[in-house]
Design a protein around this ligand. Structure first.
Ligand code: BG6
Length: 480
């Protein structure tokens, strides 16, 4: 008997724009991600309206999965993966987003990838939209700020459900949909930004909040429609939401801190989770809208659609926790999507993210208690600098420690009674960081020879964590 259920979905996760490369190959269109330059921890990624020659855009080469997929899936199989979470690049299927017909070469590529997965008994888990959309939809329609984009997304999702009916059963409609909530306007919602701007700097006016929440509303409707259609096309389809798991602790027992943490959890997690799982906006939404002068364009038909298109399972990413305080004098903690103050009980990564395995247990219990549907951790991991030794080995013990701590806490959560069905650590093969655009911030079990100066031949080398994770899967989570 193992703590993890017999059919537990062990695996790993990647996203097209950070991993595939081949950004303009075989008819692929320009995506919003293709216009983001590289950055660092200190310098934000900036956007250019057009692809400029001689400028480095990390997504253009990624880790070149497009030309390495057979080798990569073989490596995943060697680790014993049961599932592989990957995203489809919308621009490979509909290069402009509003095209009449899909691009056959794009459809063929993912068919080959999914077939390759099945060759090894790996179940694909597909994110329909992961932080990218055809840039044409941003330019010509204003991205998700325009209701029309719902139809384009639905057509795209329907194409995938139909085309891969016999190959894919697990789907996610949008990656980290709640990042669009407050600071992901361009990345998550494709809302237009000025040339040269850093689109995710976290500083929001009420007007930005209005625009983001309106775009998010359209995404909710699109997601719900996709869930409905996905079920009609194949009643076996399991279609989930994907939320950036935001654990917020109060810095002190001061009731003001406690209320602040509660509000942060409500806004960052339940606002989206409730719409996608329960089919309606939560009780606290109206006050939040009023306080930020938000007026949403929302029809009664939308409300019906949201009710009818609720998800089958709840998936989320979890990297770190936040600590918040009502005291404005406390210093801010770093981290691209994190907020609040430093937690004195936790260590922080080089990129300023707290390392808090117990926060994962807390979150699992919290969301399972709220929603009562199966839960999956579809991202987790440590972004760190790796060194390849002279003998070619990469001894990433820090990554093993991080993952081990989190798997231990998943075990505790299962013992607590949480119905946890899968775990796909992030960036299982090294890829570009979404937040900073760096290759130097690595998550993988497999090292990819590529750096931020565009050097390297993309060769793959298993790290120490590769062999460790293989044993974890083999023992169904018993040998950590
Ligand atoms: C999640 C995203 O926010 O975190 C991924 O879904 C991203 O796309 C991951 O890569 C890690 O963040 P970063 O900034 O370290 O790449």
């Amino acid at each position: 008997m193992t703590v993890f259920p017999k059919n537990f979905l062990w695996g790993g996760a990647t996203a097209a724009n950070q991993y595939e490369g081949a950004w303009d190959v075989d008819g692929k269109g320009v995506s919003t991600a293709d216009l983001l330059k590289g950055g660092t921890y200190e310098t934000a990624r900036t956007f250019t309206k057009e692809v400029q020659p001689d400028t480095y855009y990390p997504s253009h080469q990624g880790s070149d999965f497009y030309h390495h997929y057979k080798e990569d899936i073989k490596l995943l199989a060697e680790m014993g993966y049961k599932t592989y979470r990957l995203s489809v690049a919308w621009t490979r299927i509909f290069p402009n987003g509003d095209d009449a017909k899909p691009n056959q070469k794009g459809l063929d590529f993912y068919r080959n990838v999914f077939e390759e997965c099945h060759k090894y008994g790996i179940e694909p888990l597909v994110t329909i939209s992961h932080y990218e959309m055809p840039y044409h939809l941003t330019e010509a329609y204003g991205g998700w700020g325009n209701r029309k984009v719902i139809d384009f997304y639905v057509k795209y999702a329907q194409t995938l459900f139909t085309e891969y009916k016999d190959l894919v059963k697990y789907w996610l409609t949008f990656n980290e949909i709640n990042i669009g909530m407050l600071f992901g306007g361009y990345m998550s919602l494709g809302l237009p930004v000025k040339d040269g701007a850093a689109p995710f700097n976290g500083k929001m006016t009420d007007e930005d909040i209005q625009n983001n929440l309106q775009g998010l509303h359209y995404q909710f409707v699109a997601s719900a429609l996709a869930v409905k259609i996905g079920h009609q096309i194949n009643s076996d389809n399991m279609i989930g939401c994907m939320i950036a798991g935001n654990v917020n602790y109060p810095l002190t027992s001061n009731p003001d801190d406690v209320l602040k943490a509660q509000l942060a959890n409500e806004i960052n997690n339940y606002y989206c989770g409730d719409v996608q799982v329960r089919g309606a906006y939560p009780h606290f939404a109206q006050r939040f809208w009023d306080e930020h002068h938000v007026k949403l364009e929302m029809t009664s038909e939308d409300a019906e659609i949201l009710k009818e298109g609720t998800v089958d399972y709840y998936s989320f990413s979890y990297y770190s926790s936040n600590t918040v305080t009502a005291n404005p004098e406390k210093a801010e903690a770093a981290g691209n999507f994190s907020m609040g103050v430093k937690n004195p009980y936790l260590d922080y990564s080089e990129w300023g993210w707290s390392m808090d395995p117990k926060g994962l247990r807390w979150y699992l219990n919290d969301v399972y208690g709220r929603y009562g549907i199966p839960v999956m951790v579809v991202e987790n991991g440590l972004g760190a600098r790796d060194t390849m030794e002279a003998d070619g080995s990469v001894n990433d013990d820090y990554r093993i420690d991080y993952l081990k701590g989190h798997i231990e806490q998943m075990k505790e959560a299962i013992k607590d009674g949480v119905d946890l069905i899968g775990y796909t650590p992030w960036g299982c093969i090294d890829l570009v960081s979404a937040g900073t655009g760096q290759m130097a911030k690595r998550y993988g079990f497999v090292y990819v020879d590529r750096d931020d100066d565009e050097q390297g031949d993309f060769s793959r080398t298993p790290k120490k964590s590769f062999y460790w994770y293989k044993k974890v899967i083999e023992s169904n989570g018993e040998k950590l």
